[in-house]
Design a protein around this ligand. Structure first.
Ligand SMILES: [Zn+2]
Ligand SMILES: [Zn+2]
Length: 318
């Protein structure tokens, strides 16, 4: 076991090659998994909130559908808001706020951050600071969604626990951005508006029962789906998939995660070239987020798109 622990540390701390042949034999030791350290306290308000979201999405939503059924409006709003809030996270929170992969006018940034706020993933300020810590400390104890602690911890367990390593020092520029700070101050009303909007549209279209249907499917179930698709990047994309660009950490390219996360499944490329506005760099990679950013550029609404992949470096990646 001792030898196993040493190999795991060696691989993660030196950034050395992770040989595919022995990959399956490497089981993170207790230190890497955080065992033997004081257990993290439950973040009670967050745990209650997420339990409510899960219970409503997994019990109330199917029950309402069984009793009353869902209309085309419920499904259309659910699908549209999934796309809008999902792109708000990938384009707004991730590639714009966290990585500065492109620039855009303040009103475009505000719109993207409002859309991202509708996904109930914290303000862009906190999200991006956590995410930059993930890149800086990937696979280590300070990694907020450390995949070495297993699937459930990296998927959603980390959300329910207090994080003693939480800090904004990995993204100090965020507090100087007035749009980021505006979204941070108005985060709660923004979240509530993302739930109230489908209910209001439903009410205007068909009264209280239609309002309830839209609220449940396009509000709560949609939040549940976007949350879990985002969580898959932290869990699935650090456990299963290919590592064509770097074996220095556990990040992996997983094409099917890209289908539900608007291109974020090319996570091995993203860890190797984090500032690139593309996560799927090849023309045939399904990366709708890069298409949105590129389309905004064609319309004059985004500029300075960063490309930093292997073709743009002096030394190609071996
Ligand atoms: Zn990652
Ligand atoms: Zn990132």
């Amino acid at each position: 076991m001792k030898q196993q622990n040493e190999s795991a540390f060696w691989i993660m701390n030196t950034g050395a090659v992770w040989p595919a042949a022995v990959e399956e034999d490497i089981v993170p030791g207790p230190e890497v998994r955080g065992e033997g350290r004081p257990p993290r306290a439950v973040d009670v308000p967050t745990a209650i909130l997420f339990t409510l979201v899960n219970l409503t999405a997994l019990v109330a939503v199917p029950l309402f559908g069984y009793v009353y059924g869902y209309t085309w409006l419920d499904w259309a709003l659910c699908g549209s808001l999934y796309v809008v809030s999902g792109l708000g996270i990938t384009v707004g929170y991730h590639r714009l706020a966290a990585h500065g992969s492109f620039h855009c006018p303040d009103w475009v940034k505000a719109a993207l951050l409002v859309a991202g706020g509708w996904a109930l993933e914290n303000s862009a300020l906190k999200w991006a600071a956590d995410h930059m810590r993930h890149h800086a400390r990937v696979d280590q104890e300070e990694d907020p969604y450390n995949a070495m602690r297993g699937f459930w911890y990296s998927h959603c367990g980390w959300v329910m626990l207090k994080d003693p390593h939480r800090t904004e020092r990995y993204a100090p520029w965020l507090r100087k951005d007035r749009v980021i700070m505006w979204q941070h101050r108005w985060y709660v009303p923004i979240v509530l508006s993302g739930l109230a909007l489908p209910a209001l549209v439903g009410y205007l279209a068909g009264g209280p029962l239609q309002a309830a249907g839209c609220f449940l499917l396009a509000g709560v179930a949609r939040v549940f789906l976007v949350l879990n698709s985002t969580f898959c990047i932290n869990s699935v994309c650090h456990l299963w998939g290919r590592q064509p660009y770097s074996t220095a950490n556990s990040s992996r390219d997983n094409w099917w995660v890209s289908l539900i996360t608007f291109g974020e499944g090319y996570h091995n490329y993203h860890h190797a070239f984090p500032r690139d506005y593309r996560n799927g760099s090849k023309w045939y990679n399904v990366d709708p987020s890069k298409w949105v950013i590129y389309s905004l550029a064609l319309l004059g609404l985004s500029r300075n798109l960063v490309r930093s992949g292997p073709r743009h470096m002096r030394q190609p990646v071996a």
